[in-house]
Design a protein around this ligand. Structure first.
Ligand SMILES: C[S@@+](CC[C@H](N)C(=O)[O-])C[C@H]1O[C@@H](n2cnc3c(N)ncnc32)[C@H](O)[C@@H]1O
Length: 262
């Protein structure tokens, strides 16, 4: 095992192995997302043209995508004139990202590493973003202070992942429960103490309550700008069988946080 891997926190090493295993399943989505000019977000592909999650002005902004996967979000930022850097923990995901960069003729740094501990000096960036990367796969008590360190005063952070409501209604975790089991309409786990969720495939995901998140952001030097609960339109579609339109129209299945570094 390489030195660098020996030093990874246990959840980061486990998530690297897990994501190298999942990477092949994310190639097609990466290819489609790199190829389109129509930005969409999350599991229901809700359109940017409706939700306006990105800042209006990105030209010349130094941006970092924390847990970039196939890096199509960084590709979108680059097309809007930003200067992105992508960091991801999975060599296999980065292989796809590098191939797609070449195919689309868009070049920016792609780093293999842990978004909880990024090898850039303080105040290197104007904008930090994560769509289902650090947002759910890194320990918030580590990656949120790290994002604050990386941002310049006035810089913005935006991150998107599964909602807290969805996570407390998610049944699978216990041995023997299929991962494709639909999200329940009843509470399946406590909200108090919610932090790490260890899945059967050995990966670890992270979610904390809204109150905890507000305190963490503020204590890390951020001003909270918004918490946007995404509701798909009836004609949006998903390939994820565990999240029905019926559920997602009644409760937020995804949430977006926006914060500004003080
Ligand atoms: C679902 S992908 C997110 C990328 C893309 N937006 C998407 O939705 O496909 C999750 C990514 O988070 C990465 N990841 C997990 N733990 C990480 C960590 N500690 N540091 C950086 N990236 C991490 C995984 O390797 C994976 O590529």
């Amino acid at each position: 095992m390489a030195n660098e891997e020996q030093q990874l926190p246990a959840h980061v090493a486990a998530n690297r192995e897990a994501w190298d295993g999942f990477a092949a399943d994310f190639v097609a989505h990466g290819e489609e997302s790199w190829a389109t000019n129509e930005v969409t977000w999350g599991i229901y592909s809700v359109p940017e043209s409706k939700w306006h999650l990105l800042p209006e002005e990105l030209a010349d902004k130094d941006a970092i995508e924390l847990g970039c996967g196939t890096a199509y979000v960084s590709g979108w930022l680059a097309k809007r004139g930003a200067k992105p850097v992508g960091i991801d923990n999975s060599p296999k995901q980065l292989e796809t990202a590098k191939r797609l960069q070449q195919e689309h003729g868009i070049d920016f740094p792609l780093l293999l590493g842990n978004a909880e501990d990024v090898p850039y000096p303080d105040a290197s960036f104007d904008y930090a973003i994560s769509e289902y990367g650090a947002a759910i796969w890194c320990d918030p008590y580590k990656w949120i202070p790290e994002a604050a360190r990386l941002l310049r005063p006035g810089g913005e952070l935006m991150f998107l992942g599964n909602s807290v409501q969805m996570m407390v209604c998610t049944p699978y975790e216990a041995e023997g429960v299929e991962e494709e089991t639909p999200v329940s309409t009843t509470l399946q786990r406590p909200l108090f103490g919610l932090h790490q969720l260890k899945w059967n495939d050995k990966s670890t995901e992270f979610h904390i309550s809204h109150g905890e998140m507000i305190r963490l952001l503020r204590n890390s030097g951020f001003e909270v700008l918004d918490l946007i609960e995404l509701q798909p339109s009836p004609d949006d579609t998903t390939s994820y069988s565990w999240m029905s339109m019926e559920w997602a129209r009644q409760w937020p299945c995804e949430e977006v946080w926006k914060a500004r570094k003080r």
